[in-house]
Design a protein around this ligand. Sequence first.
Ligand SMILES: [Zn+2]
Length: 68
Amino acid sequence: MRKKLKSFLKTVGFHIEEEPNTLFDVVCGMEFPATNAKHLSVHKGDAYYFCSESCKKHFDSDPEKYIG
Ligand SMILES: [Zn+2]
């Protein structure tokens, strides 16, 4: 989907920045480089990444609190 939109926008002359390789930690609200994504939880089929083990634990104990 996204790729199609991108190539469409390119053909009509938009300059598209490459997607920044950052992830968002829903627990602490921090953005961090995808290369640091070592802490991952899967909730209802969606993957969530965390900056640290402690953020992951917070999420695991009450996911709805952070994504509701
Ligand atoms: Zn965090």
